[in-house]
Write a protein that binds this ligand. Structure first.
Ligand code: DX5
Ligand code: ZN
Length: 221
């Protein structure tokens, strides 16, 4: 079964707790939380204090996607705020192995993310140490962008690399996912699929999340 991780970037910011409760009831598997610092990406979102408050409203895994420069500085804060999975960008960490080991030292799952223009070659060494690989299928910074078409082949190539690993890291896909393309993304090998605008821009969360899951799982043999 493919997992659906709605991104609260596109939720109503004045009612984040209620929005999380609503998507949990609607069948969300993980809560995807986009952290942006205005340096690594041209946008600013939320930090550990808000995540810590949100931690009280659900037990679903918090999948924290750090789009911040030099992420080592904040790993402990995000772990203490309640992150279950902490994902950093290969483009943002100078000593990526150290960052990944730091995340795992707290007991969190460690993810590594690649921007659309970053080659899979960049994870050749770190793949042995990660719990999750996050492939960005838009340029990070904003919700509601269009899926970059050539990403499908990249997802398939990433899956081929991951399945050779004895510890089977998960493959997550983030950006521009909708009801139409989620089947292809799932078939290409994604295990966890992020959806922001597709969920929070819809009228009926249960209907949308059910349809995303149906389309993601219908292509499976
Ligand atoms: C983009 C974020 C994504 C984004 C996804 O920088 O990492 O998680 O919120 O939003 P949609 O699904 O609307 O592209
Ligand atoms: Zn994200």
């Amino acid at each position: 079964m493919k997992l659906i991780a709605p991104s609260i970037l596109s939720a109503d910011g004045s009612r984040l707790g209620e929005e999380i409760t609503a998507i949990e009831k609607a069948g969300a598997d993980w809560i995807h939380i986009d952290v942006m610092d205005g340096t690594f990406v041209p946008n600013i979102t939320m930090g550990p204090a808000i995540i810590s408050s949100l931690r009280k409203v659900t037990k679903l895994p918090f999948d924290v996607h750090l789009m911040i420069a030099d992420p080592d500085r904040y790993v402990e804060s995000f772990f203490k705020a309640g992150a279950d999975i902490i994902t950093v960008h290969v483009e943002a960490s100078t000593h990526l192995h150290r960052t990944v080991e730091l995340i795992k030292s707290f007991g969190a799952k460690a993810g590594v993310s690649l921007n659309p223009a970053t080659s899979l070659d960049q994870i050749a060494e770190i793949i042995h140490y990660i719990d999750l690989l996050l492939i960005m299928t838009v340029n990070p910074g904003f919700g509601g962008q269009q899926f970059i078409g050539t990403s499908l082949a990249k997802i398939a190539r990433a899956k081929k690399m991951l399945v050779t690993m004895p510890h089977q890291p998960l493959l997550e896909v983030d950006g521009g996912v909708n009801l139409k393309n989620i089947g292809d993304i799932a078939q290409a090998g994604a295990d966890v699929i992020v959806a922001g605008a597709a969920v929070f821009g819809s009228e009926d969360y249960p209907k949308t999340i059910t349809a995303l899951k149906t389309n993601a799982n219908s292509t499976l043999a």
